[in-house]
Ligand binder design. Structure first.
Ligand code: FMN
Length: 367
């Protein structure tokens, strides 16, 4: 099953080199606005081919709604959006049929699906499948913004080079709006240069590099979420782990918080000048008991280095049952975290919208 959501359901379909990839969204009420300009803008931020830091594949990611939308509004039927694949080089993968690429899905997928597995371009495990996720996320972002809920993400680190983190307690509304327009989103523009050099150096060495993406949601009321398995952390983690190459997630102080004492960690409450309840610190990342506290919701996702590297690597030849080596051709992102930044933002939006709908009639969210 490849479906996310309890109240609004998203199914992503397709493979990297299939005729198309797409998203089916069920549960959006009739009349939900579909703003094509807004969606295209998000798609452009994720699309490759914009800088020398990304794969040279040209994927314009033109979105077509083939059902459920008339005159830029949903009509209550399942919404289906597709992107036709155009720039596929299937021959790049012919030498891989019996040689699983290290840290790709090839080996477990070959065991699971046998000869029926489509490994061209990573098949259904490709980062390309995050484009439909961005369509759904863009619809959610648009609806949330109308409700005063803003979401932004930035590349917190590339290898060992770090950007300034988000303020855990301040909303930073303007900063979030600025970051949302950047294809390589960082808070400190000088850090961007250093990160770019690190990525290009890795690429020159026929290598790749990982990174961390930080995401912040502001404007959420307190009390959104369900206990135990239905918590906000659960929903966000589930959708974020749906993004290929994400290997870790932490909320608020995360793993560092485990090194603190309770007296250091606890987020003490106070009334601000407007009489609103806030906390002096935000080590919980805006979530307690699976529910939002009304403080900014902050999480970080760890993205592994791109598995496709151009240097020679060890693998096995499944047709000969022997050890061998492999050299991967093709056009790859030397650092996935840069393009995945928009995907994390979009995915978080879809999870947050789904959680909001758990306790609100979705029609209220549209008002
Ligand atoms: C936006 C995005 C772009 C990606 N581009 C590439 C790429 O160019 N080359 C590559 O080997 N992996 C790329 N990946 C990652 C692989 O799809 C992924 O690591 C692989 O399928 C194994 O899945 P896993 O890392 O989730 O275990 C990309 C991922 C994302 C989110």
């Amino acid at each position: 099953m490849n479906t996310f959501g309890e109240n609004i359901k998203l199914t992503v379909f397709g493979q990297s080199h299939a005729a198309c990839i797409g998203a089916v969204i069920d549960g959006l009420p009739a009349g939900t606005p579909i703003d094509m300009e807004y969606i295209d803008n998000i798609m452009k931020l994720r699309a490759p081919g914009q800088s020398r830091l990304a794969t040279k594949r040209k994927e314009p990611d033109k979105v077509e709604f083939i059902s459920g939308v008339v005159d830029r509004k949903t009509v209550g039927a399942s919404v289906c959006a597709v992107i036709y694949n155009s720039d596929t080089h299937s021959s790049d993968y012919s030498n891989l049929l019996n040689k699983p690429r290290p840290s790709h899905a090839d080996y477990p997928a070959m065991i699971r699906y046998g000869k029926n597995y489509d490994l061209r371009g990573g098949g259904q495990f490709s980062g390309r499948l995050t484009a439909p996720l961005c369509i759904a996320g863009a619809i959610a972002l648009y609806l949330l913004e109308k409700k005063g809920i803003f979401i932004a993400s930035h590349v917190l680190s590339v290898g060992k080079i770090s950007d300034v983190p988000f303020s855990p307690t301040d909303d930073e509304c303007e900063l979030l709006k600025n970051l949302s327009q950047m294809s390589f989103a960082v808070i400190d523009s000088e850090v961007k240069e250093k990160m770019s050099e690190e990525i290009l150096e890795a690429s020159k060495r026929l290598d790749s590099v990982g990174g961390v993406i930080e995401c912040k949601v502001i404007g959420l009321p307190a009390g959104v979420g369900e206990p135990m398995f239905g918590g906000m952390e659960n929903a966000i983690s589930k959708i974020i782990f749906g993004i290929p190459a994400v290997k870790g997630i932490e909320f608020g102080a995360g793993f560092e918080g485990s090194k603190m004492y309770g007296s250091q960690y606890n987020d003490s409450y106070y009334y601000d000048n407007d009489g609103k309840i806030r906390t002096y610190t935000n080590n919980t990342g805006g979530i307690c008991g699976g529910m939002t506290t009304g403080m900014p919701l902050i999480f970080r996702a760890a993205v592994k280095p791109t598995p496709s590297i151009a240097s020679v690597q060890k693998t096995v030849d499944l047709s000969k049952n022997e050890n061998t080596e492999i050299q991967i051709n093709g056009r790859h992102d030397p650092c996935i975290a840069v393009r995945a930044c928009t995907v994390v933002r979009a995915a978080a939006a879809f999870a947050v919208l789904d959680m909001l709908c758990a306790q609100n009639d979705i029609n209220n969210i549209l008002k």
